[in-house]
Design a protein around this ligand. Structure first.
Ligand SMILES: Cc1cc2nc3c(=O)[nH]c(=O)nc-3n(C[C@H](O)[C@H](O)[C@H](O)COP(=O)(O)OP(=O)(O)OC[C@H]3O[C@@H](n4cnc5c(N)ncnc54)[C@H](O)[C@@H]3O)c2cc1C
Length: 402
């Protein structure tokens, strides 16, 4: 047979996984350990790029307090089964088996002590032990369903597989290789897509709002950010384009165009009572000096200016005027101009509608042998390691059955 004729013959594997990210690699290792012949294809030049850039280079790989309540989805029950069968403790045990040093940073968030690459290396070691093959720089041209399995036309030739797993993630950070490929495959097989939008993303502000906070980029403070049903106590950060920091990223998942966001700038305090008490103790103190006990000088100046408040000795304000000032200072409400979009968003809200997917196996209900795992599904976690935990859990769930 000629070389070109040989190239036409499909390579045959049990499981073909498209996407060598967090979910795809976990699925590959799990299926490979069961003796399945696994091939993982990724169009990027290297595997696990988002893992590498995650957590500021230290990968916040899970959260001690992971529970289904930490996820958004049109079907909030969908994530329960997979999360219960592969928990944060299972992933922590894997990390410990590979002697990867880690620590809890805050709120149950576990980070590598060294670098995110430790997690990628761990997954690759697991894949090697499971004899799963991985090929990068390989795109997919078409997928043809067969009586049993699929014939997949790839950049490296045709591959026949019994099970096809789509693990191509969401739309965030296109420069890292994100594509809408998974949604196209879902549509090809008649699945619905829950409208997608960038989430865990900084807010941009209108020009006049930005002009007001020109001196602030880099300043941070603890707040409670609220919008719609959501409320998160965390840090807020002023940036050159608007607002960021964990509180802002979290609340961005609740925000829709035109909605206002409220920040409690003195979380856990009643600023009115506190200033009143200060006035009793030090009636001659200027307002700005008292506020400097709470915030940096820059922030105090900004908050007073923004609300058009003159700083005077506290005794010069009436009881009611001081209470009004305290309210204005404590609660800041604004309508952001927008978000920074997929360019910087950590995740994508929405995705493949879970109505068409088995919550136990991640298999498509109407196309036997086709699976969707990880962020491509309409399951999105809070900030704090929850998104990786979903990738591990859903990858593991599929890996056990493909
Ligand atoms: C900057 C940043 C920081 C983050 N930090 C954290 C964190 O600390 N903790 C946390 O829990 N979550 C974090 N996340 C979210 C987390 O990275 C994702 O939720 C997670 O990686 C999703 O896993 P996945 O396997 O579904 O998709 P991905 O990890 O995105 O993997 C998808 C893979 O599919 C490949 N692919 C895409 N399209 C195609 C195609 N057409 N053909 C072939 N291959 C394709 C991609 O190249 C990629 O390798 C962060 C995200 C970003 C962007």
């Amino acid at each position: 047979m000629s070389k070109s004729a040989l190239r036409q013959l499909p390579e045959s594997v049990d499981v073909l996984i498209v996407g060598a990210g967090a979910a795809g690699l976990m699925c590959a290792a799990t299926a490979g350990k069961r003796g399945r012949r696994v091939l993982v294809l990724d169009h990027a030049n290297k595997v696990g790029k988002k893992i590498l850039m995650s957590g500021g280079g230290r990968c916040n790989f899970t959260n001690l307090y992971t529970s289904p309540e930490n996820y958004y989805s049109q079907n909030p029950h969908f994530c329960k089964s997979a999360l219960a069968r592969y928990t944060q403790w299972d992933f922590i045990a894997l990390v410990e088996k590979h002697s990867i040093p880690y620590h809890e940073k805050t709120l149950g968030q576990l980070f590598c002590d060294n670098k995110s690459k430790d997690i990628v290396d761990m997954l690759l070691t697991e894949c090697r032990a499971a004899k799963a093959q991985i090929r990068t720089r390989c795109g997919i041209q078409s997928i043809e369903p067969l009586g049993t399995g699929f014939l997949v036309n790839t950049g490296l030739g045709k591959v026949a597989c019994e099970s096809l797993v789509i693990a191509t993630g969401g739309l965030s950070i296109p420069t890292m290789g994100a594509t809408g490929f998974g949604y196209d495959v879902a549509r090809q097989f008649g699945l619905k897509i829950v409208p997608t939008r960038p989430a865990l993303v900084p807010f941009t502000l209108h020009r006049h709002q930005l002009e007001q906070q020109q001196a602030l980029p880099g300043s941070a403070l603890p707040v409670i950010a609220s919008c719609g049903e959501g409320s998160f106590p965390e840090q807020m950060l002023f940036t050159h384009r608007g607002l960021s920091g964990p509180a802002v990223l979290q609340i961005s998942s609740y925000w829709r165009e035109g909605m206002s966001v409220e920040f409690d700038l003195v979380p856990g305090w009643n600023l009115g009572e506190w200033i009143s008490e200060k006035r009793r103790q030090n009636p001659d103190s200027y307002l700005h000096r008292v506020l400097a006990e709470l915030w940096s000088k820059k922030l105090v100046q900004h908050f007073l200016q923004r609300q058009g408040i003159d700083s005077r000795p506290l005794k010069q304000y009436g009881e009611k005027a001081l209470a009004d000032i305290a309210l204005k200072l404590q609660y800041w409400k604004l309508v952001p101009a927008g978000t920074e979009g997929y360019r910087t968003a950590e995740v994508t809200l929405g995705g493949v509608d879970t109505d068409g997917i088995s919550s136990r196996t991640m298999e498509c209900k109407t196309q036997s042998g086709l699976y969707f795992i990880g962020e491509v599904l309409d399951v999105t976690g809070w900030l704090g390691g929850y998104n990786f935990q979903w990738a591990w859990a859903s990858g593991h769930a599929a890996g056990e059955v493909v």
